[in-house]
Design a protein around this ligand. Structure first.
Ligand code: SF4
Ligand code: SF4
Length: 132
């Protein structure tokens, strides 16, 4: 993604709806995170790096996928920062950065035929995630 770091950081904030500047660096999010040992950057570090515009570094880190999206960090944060949503936003940017649209409407009928119980929400979510 060829954008200045500051611009990427502001996109992350826009996608996540989270105000990383409200973080008071208490570390409660990391203390409660079940994936703490699996992630190179722990939730409080993640938030701090986005606040500083260091998003490219996070996007290229494969351990970002270890976040379980359990929202324990969101529950615990006394400032309403929502680290899980910040992490999810970086993941979305990293996936979009892999190039091109990777999910076409033409694929939907086959997916439904293969599993008629597939939740509609899963398809909508895939469109949001995998289409530019
Ligand atoms: S949502 Fe991710 S970062 Fe937050 S506590 Fe759960 S595993 Fe950790
Ligand atoms: S719990 Fe909230 S305020 Fe504390 S370090 Fe994590 S994001 Fe920042």
């Amino acid at each position: 993604m060829n954008l200045p770091e500051k611009e990427i950081a502001s996109i992350v904030k826009e996608i996540s709806g989270s105000d990383v500047k409200k973080c008071m660096k208490c570390g409660k999010c990391s203390a409660t995170c079940p994936a703490y040992g699996e992630m190179r950057f722990h939730p409080h570090q993640f938030v701090s790096m986005v606040a500083k515009g260091r998003v490219e570094e996070l996007m290229s880190d494969p351990t970002v996928s270890r976040c379980l999206t359990c929202f324990a960090c969101v529950e615990r944060c006394p400032r309403g920062v929502e680290p899980a949503n910040v992490i999810a936003a970086v993941r979305v940017l990293a996936e979009r950065g892999q190039g091109g649209t990777r999910f076409s409407p033409d694929e939907v009928p086959a997916l439904i035929a293969a599993d008629e119980d597939i939740p509609q929400q899963a398809l909508v979510s895939a469109f949001r995630r995998y289409r530019k």
